[in-house]
Design a protein around this ligand. Structure first.
Ligand SMILES: Cc1cc2nc3c(=O)[nH]c(=O)nc-3n(C[C@H](O)[C@H](O)[C@H](O)COP(=O)(O)O)c2cc1C
Length: 338
């Protein structure tokens, strides 16, 4: 089966988590935009004997009400093809199906490289229904499979989602502790009501936020802006003054821990949504003794305090919480149009 992918299709598609799969029956394999080549599922052979068939890879599904393929004209088609009327080729696309993403056969997402220039381009987006499918699929996972790690590229994307979190003034008054040492995790669990997620999930991230802000914190950001944007520090003078007034004024001191905590919780939300979209299970966790966590992780010596945490990995089949209905107030009660 001969396989090929068409970058043009990926760019034109309005579904970002969508892969191009093109299958020709002549040799018997499929490939996706990440270049993986594998044999098509058995179902592919049951299709009518056309030259190309639509075969969703594991982790992908056909989208309802959406055309499965587009035809791209073949420039300078050879005479043989023109005679047969084969002057275009179809390219099929399938939406990523979050429920299936965690199946062992699911292929990893194609690595993506972004630069700031990406913001000048029209951003592809996922369909609203796909977002809601992911958010309904996620739940606060109680029983993780301790033997199932996250693929490296998936974890790298989640780390990057944390880093990309927006924050007030861009000051990032938090740190994310990716606790990997089993002995430390075991100790933390003792101070987290014994919750098994702490030790069993593939990753356990503790969010620590700034206990107080100093001029050095503001300078740190000013330095970083100068470095990243290649501009002199003086260019940020007004911005620096504004941050100083807003955060270092004597009457602001008491508000800093809550302000910093709000920023860290935004990061938690960003991580949870990113995980759901990538088909990764997660449990946000506040049920722990913050002072003990601080002690074990030594966060206070760096001026941070532990606030909240998140376990990430893959659920086990037996987690009964996975099948419970979501309890949310009606939209009309939560969302007020004013
Ligand atoms: C900030 C925060 C802290 C939480 N702490 C815990 C926790 O310590 N242990 C736990 O099992 N679940 C915890 N949860 C999960 C919630 O109980 C859960 O999100 C909520 O009941 C809604 O269910 P769902 O997430 O499955 O939709 C926490 C959730 C949030 C947002």
């Amino acid at each position: 089966m001969v396989t090929r992918t068409t970058p043009r299709e990926s760019r034109g598609s309005d579904v970002i988590d969508c892969r191009t799969v093109e299958v020709e029956h002549s040799t018997g394999g499929t490939s996706t935009s990440d270049g993986n080549v594998e044999r098509g599922p058995a179902g592919a052979r049951a299709e009518p004997p056309r030259s190309r068939v639509k075969v969703p890879k594991p982790g992908f599904r056909r989208e309802e009400g959406r055309r499965d393929h587009r035809h791209f004209p073949l420039k300078n088609a050879p005479l043989r093809r023109r005679i047969l009327g084969l002057t275009s080729f179809p390219v099929f696309r399938f939406a990523r199906c979050p429920q299936a993403v965690d199946s062992p056969a699911a292929p990893p997402l194609a690595p993506a490289r972004f630069s700031h220039n990406v913001r000048f381009q029209t951003m592809n987006s996922i369909a609203p229904a796909q977002l809601l499918a992911s958010l309904n699929w996620r739940y606060a996972t109680k029983v993780f499979d301790p033997a199932r790690p996250l693929p490296a590229d998936v974890w790298a994307a989640l780390e990057e989602a944390l880093v990309l979190t927006p924050s007030s003034f861009g000051l990032q008054p938090y740190r994310f502790l990716d606790v990997r040492t089993p002995a430390i995790r075991a100790k933390l669990r003792e101070h987290a009501w014994g919750q098994a997620q702490v030790t069993d999930a593939a990753h356990f991230v503790v969010f620590a936020s700034r206990a107080e802000m100093t001029a050095a914190d503001i300078d740190h950001l000013v330095d970083r802006i100068a470095e990243v944007r290649g501009q002199p520090r003086e260019a940020s003078k007004d911005y620096r003054d504004m941050m100083t007034g807003a955060l270092l004024a004597p009457d602001r001191k008491a508000h800093i821990p809550a302000w910093a905590a709000h920023q860290a919780y935004i990061a938690l939300g960003e991580l949870l949504t990113a995980a759901a979209v990538l088909g990764v299970d997660a449990c946000p966790m506040e049920g722990f003794d913050r002072a003990k966590f601080d002690e074990i992780l030594g966060t206070q010596k760096d001026g941070y305090t532990c606030l909240v945490s998140a376990a990430l990995g893959y659920r086990t089949a037996g987690d009964k919480y996975a099948t419970l209905k979501k309890v949310r107030y009606p939209k009309a009660e939560l969302v007020k149009v004013v």
